[in-house]
Design a protein around this ligand. Structure first.
Ligand code: ATP
Length: 420
């Protein structure tokens, strides 16, 4: 049974050093969080699991780690300058500001008033100056998604790896969105990390690959311990689709605050490569792209046999690391009643995600067990007087609380078996 409320998770995260509010000693900064000693490990384990399944276990995917600061021209051509907006409304009663599409019953969440201004578009991208002079002309955007830096590196990756279709480029990294109403703990933040794969395919095979990636991603989430009953698919209706998408399937998860998007799997067509390429008219691009006079690269791939140039279609599974961490924490959190009438809080994290794989303890054993249950440590190893006599140890299992005595020489093999 997962957490009953977000508050329980927030409290555990603070108490045990998973997640803290940024700059809390100065009153915090909205929509920003820091990962503490255990949180940084959990987050890194989730990212590693993604990287392993996307890059190391596949022959057709290469990795990339690109810059966060982005040339404005990139986000102009990609359509983000014009369309990456949220509808903003002000409450005339209490002067608070909200995203119109996040309001329930068109009322101000702060005071309940329905006296709101008309929605107006607000661009979600952060800007910063480049160089010492702040004259408004030399600026960069903080990337709102990792994807655009992948598209602008398409030719570099193809030329340096000789890939042919279908193949993908995977990237994990920070992205920034000036969300009007960051909320629900780490669910909607202004500084986040994304795990995005851009998978390039031959036009015409895109729908098949779209289905493939939806299934693949559902399967991956289930390997991270997310139960199938809590996941759902949402076929995004045409009128809600992002400007680049032909079709998007959102993988939804039942978070403590409701069923919401965990990951989006989009068919981005040839929109992005088509938008960033030079000589667009010489290539058959299906998407509606804006004329590009500034790119110096042809973002197309040549078939080795037919020698024909193709602008590939892109299937993009895009997941948020924070939402992944929140889902994994929620899913594994449980308060259990024990036979002796006491309670224990346990995080039954999959061992590969646990920040601590095994804890070696001696003394104050009961208290140490509880502490490690709460942070999801799968095994506790206890040394006692008998260890000195016969070199045996007690291994205690987090999930069933059973204890076994094994010889110390068997410990490594035992741990490997549990943690693999
Ligand atoms: P939403 O509709 O919830 O704002 P989105 O559809 O704009 O999300 P995408 O652009 O598809 O999100 O981004 C891919 C993934 O990045 C999302 O599925 C989500 O996991 C994550 N993500 C997007 N915005 C945020 C945010 N503000 N905070 C945390 N994670 C985010």
């Amino acid at each position: 049974m997962p957490a009953k409320s977000m508050e329980e998770l927030v409290a555990l995260c603070k108490r045990r050093g998973f997640i803290f509010q940024t700059n809390e000693i100065y009153g915090g900064l909205q929509g920003l969080y820091d990962y503490g000693p255990l949180g940084v490990e959990l987050k890194s384990n989730l990212k590693q699991a993604w990287w392993r399944s996307m890059v190391y276990e596949r022959d057709d995917v290469e990795g990339l780690d690109a810059a966060i600061l982005t040339n404005p021209e990139v986000l102009k051509q990609s359509g983000h300058e014009e369309t990456f907006t949220g509808p903003l409304v002000d409450c005339r009663s209490c002067n608070s500001r909200w995203r119109a599409d996040h309001l329930e019953k068109s009322a101000c969440p702060s005071c309940g008033s329905k006296d709101l201004t008309e929605p107006r578009p607000f661009n979600l991208m952060f800007k910063t100056n480049l160089g010492p002079i702040d004259d408004g002309t030399s600026f960069a955007y903080l990337r709102p998604e990792t994807a655009q830096q992948t598209f602008t590196n398409f030719k570099n990756v193809v030329d340096s790896t000789s890939k042919s279709l279908p193949f993908g480029i995977a990237q994990i990294g920070k992205a920034f969105r000036n969300e009007v109403t960051p909320r629900n703990f780490i669910f909607r933040v202004r500084e986040m990390e994304q795990m995005e794969l851009e998978f390039f395919v031959k036009p015409g095979t895109d729908e098949e690959w779209h289905q493939f990636w939806v299934k693949n991603r559902l399967n991956w989430w289930s390997k991270q311990g997310i139960s199938e009953e809590k996941l759902d698919l949402y076929d995004v209706p045409k009128k809600e689709l992002a400007h680049y998408s032909k079709s998007t399937i959102d993988i939804m998860y039942k978070f403590p605050h409701g069923l919401e998007e965990l990951e989006g799997v989009a068919n981005r067509t040839d929109f992005d490569l088509g938008s960033h390429t030079k000589n667009q008219s010489g290539l058959s691009i299906n998407a509606k792209v804006v004329k590009n006079t500034s790119s110096n690269a042809k973002l197309a791939i040549q078939d080795r046999e037919t020698k024909e140039w193709t602008v590939p279609y892109v299937i993009e599974p895009a997941a948020g690391v924070e939402r992944g961490v929140l889902a994994v924490l929620n899913e594994s959190y449980e308060v259990q009643e024990l036979e002796d009438g006491k309670e224990r809080t346990v995080l039954s994290l999959k061992p590969h995600l646990s920040p601590i794989k095994a804890a070696v303890i001696s003394g104050n054993i009961g208290k140490s067990y509880r502490r490690h249950d709460e942070v999801g440590t799968p095994l506790c190893i206890t040394l006692d007087f008998q260890t000195l006599e016969d070199q045996t140890l007690t291994i205690r299992n987090r999930d069933n609380m059973e204890q076994e005595r094994i010889h110390q020489n068997e410990t490594a093999a035992y741990l490997q078996e549990i943690i693999k």
